[in-house]
Design a protein around this ligand. Structure first.
Ligand code: NIG
Ligand code: FE
Length: 418
């Protein structure tokens, strides 16, 4: 692997500094005008003003790349995706446009259970080929690290199928994938009449087995109306924690069950969605180390008016992250820059806040902040270049991919118009 001297960064957003970012610190991007990076192997060995980096001895021998005045930032860290699924649910999309709600469709056998049926019929190879195409698109949109959940198998064989595909993908393609076991996505059809038996099967059987086999680092539960109750979520996440799987939780998306408080009680890494939280939740989350992962793609795609109170969370000092929630039911997008646009226009986050929430804070929520999320000496050479002159133009333009170049661990994984 050659050493690289990368220049021509009109704005280099290093995101150096405090981890995680709260309050005003979310606006600190560590911006360097006319910046440069020196990369050796998979790591950053120097970063700063071009004139200084260029003068370093190693810089002379390195392969030179001039990015021609683009904006460069750490590769996005997408900390909430459901990467492995077959097909689409465009039929449900059309039904919702005609007036049915997400929950009505789920109750009549569609929704997550429709994707579960299709996944059980899909082969390992078909799912893996599809995910590979998606991962290439993630890279082409500037994402270099992502979390991926199981949860469309919901029987032992198919949950393991998903986690095994993820593990293989992590070895075969360049992006880093962090795995979450989400056997508690919904109650599978075969347990419909006895949901608590399924909860016990998860807590005593599947979760210890997943942890023992090293198939996941995190455990997630969809705690909501139509999915799992607060008590069931507590049982599942506590069982995960006892085996070393750190809790994450789908909390307060469609209804308010107290899941955000549960995240704090269990010291979860992240509480995700949070559309329905109240003032007390905001206060409690802000005083905790739980990352509030907001997913504005869902309210956009579902056409719901209510979205998470990002402004109140940030102003109260919470650790806020944003993610795609890439999934076929509520957020079929893998574009983090689209999520930045939604975070700014709909959640009223500033462009700088949204960028911190898409890089360093999600890295913290995945416990990967020592390796990714900012451009600092010793971290992975993971970054993306955008065809703009001012970082605010990344969310400003929407529905268009302006990412023209992506590097992951020192290897160029996407290049266009360069
Ligand atoms: O994060 N809320 C639960 N899970 C997904 C939706 C999954 C689906 O509808 O297929 C979400 O929004
Ligand atoms: Fe989700």
């Amino acid at each position: 692997m050659p050493d690289w001297l990368i220049t021509g960064c009109s704005q280099l957003l290093t995101l150096r500094g405090s981890v995680p970012r709260r309050g005003r610190a979310l606006r600190e991007l560590g911006l360097v005008q006319d910046g440069a990076l020196l990369v050796r192997g998979d790591r950053i060995v120097a970063v700063g003003r071009r004139r200084r980096v260029e003068r370093l001895r190693e810089a002379r021998r390195a392969e030179k790349l001039d990015l021609g005045g683009r904006v460069v930032l750490p590769g996005f860290v997408d900390s909430h995706t459901h990467l492995i699924f077959p097909g689409s649910r465009a039929d449900e999309y059309e039904q919702r446009i005609a007036g049915k709600t997400y929950e009505q469709i789920a109750r009549s056998g569609g929704g997550i259970r429709a994707t579960v049926g299709a996944l059980r019929r899909a082969s390992h190879k078909a799912l893996s080929d599809r995910a590979n195409l998606h991962l290439r698109e993630f890279a082409a949109h500037g994402t270099t690290t992502l979390e991926a959940k199981s949860g469309y198998g919901l029987d032992w064989k198919n949950e393991v199928k998903i986690l095994t595909i993820l593990q293989q993908l992590h070895g075969e393609q360049p992006l880093d994938i962090v795995q979450t076991f989400m056997g508690a996505h919904v109650v599978p059809p075969e347990f419909r009449k006895r949901p608590n038996s399924f909860v016990e099967l998860l807590a005593r059987g599947w979760i210890p087995a997943v942890a023992m086999a090293g198939l996941a680092e995190f455990c997630d539960v969809f705690c909501d109306r139509g999915a799992f109750t607060l008590e069931q979520a507590r049982r599942i996440l506590a069982a995960g924690r006892a085996c070393g799987l750190v809790p994450r939780i789908h909390a307060e998306q469609l209804s308010h069950l107290g899941a955000a408080r549960l995240a704090i009680e269990l010291q979860a890494a992240s509480a995700d969605h949070l559309d329905m939280i109240d003032r007390d939740d905001i206060r409690a989350l802000s005083a905790s180390n739980v990352v509030c992962t907001l997913l504005p793609g869902c309210s956009f795609h579902l056409g719901t008016a209510r979205c998470a109170p990002a402004r109140a969370l940030i102003d109260a000092g919470a650790i806020v992250a944003i993610a795609t929630d890439f999934n076929p039911g509520t957020s079929p997008t893998l574009s983090m820059s689209m999520i930045l646009s939604l975070a700014c226009a709909q959640l009223r986050m500033t462009p700088a806040e949204a960028i911190s929430a898409a890089t360093i804070n999600p890295a913290y929520s995945l416990r990967w902040h020592g390796r990714v999320g900012s451009l600092e000496v010793g971290k992975y050479a993971d970054f993306a270049a955008f065809d703009v002159a001012d970082y605010r133009e990344i969310p400003y333009y929407f529905g268009v991919n302006l990412c023209s170049w992506t590097m992951k661990r020192g290897a160029v994984i996407h290049s266009r118009n360069l």
